[in-house]
Design a protein around this ligand. Structure first.
Ligand SMILES: [Zn+2]
Length: 397
């Protein structure tokens, strides 16, 4: 096995098992080969933790990937056609023995111009800042003197200033935007950024070796967490099996009435979910809207707050969402009871992880000037984006 591939598998497994760092098929990793010709990258929609020698990645020719961003004819295309062309070009840039439907990550071009090892995650600790109105200012304070604290990660420079990336539609536009920001950063600091904070999205780490990249991930998360409120344990109430079954039946019926689907209803109740349910303004926090592209793609937006178990009321709210052209909810946070998720078992666990991630972000972001969510235009782009539909399909298959 190529050394770069074994390094890719190692870093992917190291971060992929922690649902506070990445949920479902989200996030991606890449490692460039020593000769600078190729880049191994995670396949779209597959989970980082599931990567193996045989599956979950693609090998791409680096020069072909880099040329996508520079191609003026692509930049000039209308959005839908452009995104289809980009997916085709990314597939054409693949050079490996992988068969089947595996596509390279849609963020491949973004990885291509960063350092040898790139780790992209959706950590809740980072989300607390990138989804907060004052998040950028708070991060600047937090990392102002970071040079001294993270000197040991291998950077000779005193200052490691993170790069802030304002929210941009994912895919080609995001890659193009980051390539410009990285050029400007390089002019200012004489090197590429190692830490990138993406507004309403997540974190990119770029480093010269797998170990330096993993160390940097841990340092950033630790530093972000140092100012955040962690969910308190001990808020779990006792809930009878009878009550759980009643709620399951009620949600199943309401869901069928609104969507025509007979969905399996899964139940989750743990410290993180209980801590959120115990907050007085939980309902208000959820009403702030969709936080990130992943919350929209994998969980159909924030969980629905349910005060009273009433089939007609739940069905009505779901129907209203559908009528408005929105995705209907699949997660239901029921007061004093727990989280109920409608859908396939495999997706249900991912939805639970996204609900917990979202609860943590909302709880902390509200303390930093308020919760910052995706606007209608941004949500519409994600809803129409073919690459996201593919990602979701892979995750649930
Ligand atoms: Zn992402």
């Amino acid at each position: 096995m190529d050394k770069a591939l074994s390094e890719l598998i190692r870093i992917s497994k190291a971060v992929g098992n922690d649902s506070s760092l990445v949920q479902g098929g989200g996030g991606n990793t890449s490692v460039k080969t020593a000769d600078g010709k190729y880049m191994y990258i995670k396949a779209s929609g597959t989970a980082l933790k599931d990567m193996s020698e045989k599956a979950g990645w693609r090998r791409m020719r680096l020069d072909s990937v880099l040329s996508i961003i520079e191609d003026k004819s692509i930049a000039g295309l209308e959005t839908q056609n452009r995104e289809i062309e980009v997916v085709n070009r990314l597939l054409l840039a693949c050079d490996d023995q992988v068969t089947g439907e595996a596509r390279p990550s849609v963020e491949a071009h973004l990885h291509s111009f960063l350092d040898k090892c790139v780790i992209h995650l959706h950590p809740s600790a980072v989300g607390a800042y990138v989804n907060a109105k004052n998040g950028k200012a708070e991060l600047e304070k937090l990392f102002r003197n970071s040079g001294t604290a993270i000197k040991d990660v291998g950077s000779p420079e005193f200052l490691i200033a993170p790069l802030w990336v304002p929210y941009t539609d994912p895919g080609f536009t995001l890659a193009k935007k980051i390539s410009e920001l990285v050029d400007n950063y390089q002019k200012q600091f004489g090197k590429k950024p190692e830490i990138l904070f993406l507004e309403k999205h997540g974190l990119f780490i770029s480093a010269g070796s797998p170990d330096a990249a993993l160390r940097l991930v841990r340092k950033v998360i630790k530093r972000c967490n140092s100012k955040l409120r962690q969910p308190k344990a001990g808020k779990i109430k006792s809930v009878s099996q009878e009550k759980i079954n009643d709620v399951k039946r009620c949600i199943h019926k309401a869901f069928f009435e609104a969507t025509g689907e007979h969905a399996t209803i899964s139940y989750f109740y743990d410290d993180e979910i209980a801590a959120f349910l115990a907050q007085r303004d939980a309902e208000k926090m959820l009403s702030a809207g969709v936080l990130t592209p992943d919350e929209l793609v994998y969980a159909n937006g924030p969980a629905m707050w349910v005060d009273r178990i009433e089939r007609a009321n739940i069905a009505k709210r779901l129907t209203q969402q559908i009528k408005k052209g929105e995705r209907h909810g699949v997660a239901f946070l029921v007061k004093n009871t727990g989280l109920f998720v409608a859908g396939k078992k495999k997706i249900a666990q991912t939805v639970r992880d996204i609900v917990a991630y979202s609860a943590f972000i909302r709880t902390n972001a509200k303390q930093m000037g308020g919760i910052c969510s995706l606007n209608k235009r941004e949500r519409d782009f994600i809803n129409r984006w073919e690459a996201e539909a593919f990602r979701k399909k892979v995750a649930s298959s």
